[in-house]
Structures are given as structure tokens and as C-alpha cells.
Design a protein around this ligand. Sequence first.
Ligand SMILES: Cc1cc2nc3c(=O)[nH]c(=O)nc-3n(C[C@H](O)[C@H](O)[C@H](O)COP(=O)(O)O)c2cc1C
Length: 437
Amino acid sequence: MLAAEVAPTLTQIKEARRPMRSTCPMHTISADEAQQAATQLALLARDSGLTSLTLAGKHLVPVVQGGMGVGVSAGGLAGAVAACGAVGTISSVDLRRHHPDLMAQTAHLEGAQAKAAINAANLEALGREIARARAVAGGRGLVAVNVMRAVSEYENYVRHSLACGVDAVVVGAGLPLDLPELAKDHPNTALIPILSDARGVQLVVRKWEKKGRLPDAVVIEHPRLAGGHLGAAKVADLGDRRFDFDVVLPEVLAFFRAAGIEGRIPLIAAGGVSSLQDIRQLQSLGASAVQLGTAFAVTRECDAHPEFKRILASARPEDIVNFTSVAGLPARAVRTPWLDKYLRLEPRLQKHAHVKSHCNMWFDCLAQCGLRDGKGTWGQFCIDKSLGHAMEGHTDKGLFFRGAGTLPFGSQIRPVEDLMRWLLGGVMPAGATEAAA
Ligand SMILES: Cc1cc2nc3c(=O)[nH]c(=O)nc-3n(C[C@H](O)[C@H](O)[C@H](O)COP(=O)(O)O)c2cc1C
């Protein structure tokens, strides 16, 4: 048995019982009240004319909280969203950052011993966060784990998530062609690739069909709108018409029809969604649900530092910038002074790019890294460190991923439940400004 396949540890079980750090009202109310709130949200969605999302045998409100690394969507946020009867997603990357005991064991390590110890700490942290999310969710909704195909520990993150009993594994930043094999002993766990165009969907479905499994849903993420790493080959392609929802959704549905799998794979549209009207529009194009990132990143329950939320929520459209990340993919973030300086230095850094003797952080978070591998057209910064700084609220050195869209409550930080009520019923909470209404 691989180390990654062990059952949840005693610490993970204790973690699930520990009082929550988040301020979600659902954490302090009784199980009955939480259930009532989730039921109300489902009724709100129905009364708004939305259809529910059926996934892993559950009927859910048609909203998915996208995975956000590093540590932005951990167990607190994912659990709070699932508690509302929706899909909450934990990002699996470098979760030890949320666990002082694991950081104390690994932060100072260097050399050959560092990598194995850091990877083990991250798997332990992932198990703890899954347990935490499930405890907060109280059996409602669905708890998913997001794993980037581009990270070197992709396989172990997937195996450990499955062993910990997550409801769904969601894979982006690359084609997860091997996911059916990795999950062959877990037929009831939903497998969900994140793709951006019809060609990518066809490729994955055709390959998976040969392995006897279909995706349980597909996230269609729009590279011109979403935050974080984007599903286009280069920055110049982000605005390509083939990514527009009114092109890609009908194309994918036509492919499903031609392939005889119509109605079997729900589509989840991601990027720039901020209102009930957006959800209605996307459902009319054939999407079953929507996925949001940035709007959930600025909720009270989001696991990142308040300064992280402030930077995202206060960014104006002209503050948001596209660039090439160290993973070689286009990315979108807030142009903070740190990012602005990096982008000014980038041509010089790229010119002098060279292969390094070892990864900055010793654990090689990415399978291929522009900085470590000396790739002269890729980003030249340490992504784990920069995203970690952002999540911890260091505005002077963090990289703040953000989508391009406006936020429902402008610069306000509000609870997940307020966001859900706005999305599903158009209910603007008392005191909120109608920023995007
Ligand atoms: C801070 C941040 C971090 C993100 N990290 C990831 C990630 O680790 N993996 C991933 O698949 N998507 C990631 N995303 C994308 C989101 O899951 C989501 O699909 C996208 O942001 C949706 O667009 P929106 O922000 O306009 O709602 C990230 C987005 C943000 C804003």
C-alpha cells in the first residue's frame, strides 16, 4: 500500500472535531438550523427557475466554489459552501501552511530530506482539511478536492483525497488523462476535469471512454474571465472566441449528442459569474451549474488572511493583469506593487534564466517550473512562496490571483450564505451595496 493511501490519522479525526477558526454563522448554529438554511437555499433556487445539479447521486443547488490555492480554499471555506447544499472545493496544494505544527516540522528543512518530509506534511494537512470540511458540511452538499495536473505530487494528492473519502476530485491545469486509472477503486467518487474548449472535452471524453469511465461533470472555465492559471496556451489567446460560453457550451453538447452520451455529463461554467441572471443565462445555454472563485475568496469563511480578501475585493478592473506563470500557463492576478515590479523586471529575468541546482523551496511543487528549469519564456518567480505570502496577507510580496469580473457586494466581505442567497434568489443582504446588480 502506498503511503498516500493510508486511512485518515488520529490527528485528522481530532482536527475534524476542533472548533472552527472561521466565523461562518453556520458553525455556531444548530444542525437543525443549518439544515433549514440549506433547505431555504434549495427552495430559493427552485423559485428562481434554476435547475439543480445532480452529482455523485446528490441533488445540489447549481453553484460550485472553485478550488483556490495556495490555501485560499481549505476546509473552512469548502465546508461552509457544502453546508449550503452546494459544492465546496479544497485546493490540495501546500496545505501544511494552515498547520503550525506541520510548518514547524518542515519549514526549516533543506536538501534531500526536505522533499519527502514536506510532501508527507502536505498529505497529512490535506487529510485534516478534508476532515474539517466534512465536519463543517454536516453531510450536506458535496466536498471536492482540486488537484492541479501540473504539480509534481498530483498522483499522491489524488490518491490521498480518494482514500480520505472525498465526494469528488477535480483536476485542472493540464489534461488528467490518467485519472480513471488512479480512481479505479473508487467508482462512486465523481471525477471532474477542468477544460476550456470543446476540443479539450472531446479529447478527455474519448480517452476516458476507452478506460470505461466518463467524467461525472466537466468544468468549462473561461480563460478571459477566470482567476489563477488559465486554460489557453498563451496570453495572446485568452480572448479567443472559441472559449466564449455561447460557443463552447453548444459545441460540447453537440459532441455529447453525436457520441450518444447526451444528458450524462453536467457542464459547470466558470469565470465571471456574479448574479442570478448570469446563472439563468448559462443554464439557458446548457450549463447545469456555475463555478465561482473570486466571489468566494472574499467571503468571511474563506481560509485566507483578511488582507488577501481586501486586495481582491478592492481591485479595480484596471488593476487586473494577465501574465505567464512559472507553470508556463497564462495567469491572472491583481497588479500589486510586487507584481508590477516583477513584470517590469521579467524580460531581464527571462533573458538570464538558467537551470538551477535545486528548487527554491526544496520540494519541487511543479513538475515543470520556469524558474528551476531555466525556461526563458516562462515566469521567473517562486509560485509557492508568492501564493503562500498572499494567502498569509503579505501585500508587499504576495501574488494575488483574481478573476476579471466584478464582485456582487463590491469591496465588502460577507458570509458565504449571503453570497448564496444573492446568487440563487437575487436577495441583496441588508447593508450591502448593489455593486453588480
Ligand atoms: C485566488 C485564486 C486561486 C485559484 N487557484 C486555483 C487552483 O489552485 N486550481 C484551479 O483549478 N483553479 C484555481 N482558481 C480558479 C477558480 O477555481 C475558478 O474556477 C475561477 O476563479 C472562476 O472565475 P471567477 O474568479 O471569475 O469566479 C483560482 C482562482 C482564484 C481567484
